[in-house]
Design a protein around this ligand. Structure first.
Ligand SMILES: [Zn+2]
Length: 203
């Protein structure tokens, strides 16, 4: 079974979008395929980190719950979102970014997009990615990491949700842990702020 930081590849990457074709290695799925971000070729890793930095910038707009997300297509950020669950409980950062892309794009072309999010998508958000057909999802902090900062979490990994949707959903990249040192610190700082203490770290 793939763990939540795993890479999920398929052999069917032909026809990938320009960014994806550059960034996504083709591999057979299976237990042996569990590379960490540091296993990614350096140029791909830098590309992921660059876009994760954009998601982190979104997350920093809400310091108590720094869930930020961006959607990338053809090497460009085309949509952004930050958690707005105070307004609507379904408005997680990923959902807001998905809505932003749906509103802005004449042709969303979901299959050519990559979603970057500061934390592993919850089952709601990962299901939305599956329904949309977003084939590349990259995150920083894991669900377990969120739980360690006092946030309630549904105990179902993004990889498990994607796997449960496999009859119609074929992700080409599910990659966790990208800039996790930064996102983990950001969520620890958010916990300290929520708890009314002095923020630790620089997150
Ligand atoms: Zn969510």
């Amino acid at each position: 079974m793939l763990d939540r930081r795993s890479f999920l590849g398929t052999a069917a990457a032909a026809g990938a979008a320009p960014y994806a074709a550059r960034a996504v290695p083709v591999a057979q799925p299976g237990p042996a395929q569990q590379p960490q971000p540091q296993d990614q070729p350096q140029d791909q890793r830098r590309g992921h980190e660059s876009f994760m930095a954009e998601a982190i910038a979104e997350g920093r707009r809400l310091e108590r719950y720094p869930f930020g997300a961006v959607i990338v297509r053809s090497g460009l950020v085309v949509a952004r979102g930050v958690n707005a669950s105070a307004e609507n409980p379904a408005y997680h950062g990923e959902m807001v970014a998905i809505d932003d892309h749906a509103q802005r794009a004449d042709d969303p072309d979901w299959g050519a997009t990559t979603l970057y999010t500061t934390a592993e998508p919850c089952p709601m958000c990962m299901s939305a990615c599956a329904w949309a057909g977003i084939r590349r999802v990259v995150w920083g902090t894991s669900i377990e990491g969120l739980r360690r900062t006092g946030l309630d979490q549904i105990d179902l990994s993004a990889t498990a949700v994607a796997d449960a949707a496999r009859s119609f959903y074929s992700p080409r990249l599910l990659l966790g842990g990208v800039l996790a040192d930064v996102t983990d610190a950001m969520f620890r700082r958010a916990q300290a702020i929520r708890d009314g203490g002095t923020p630790a770290g620089t997150g």
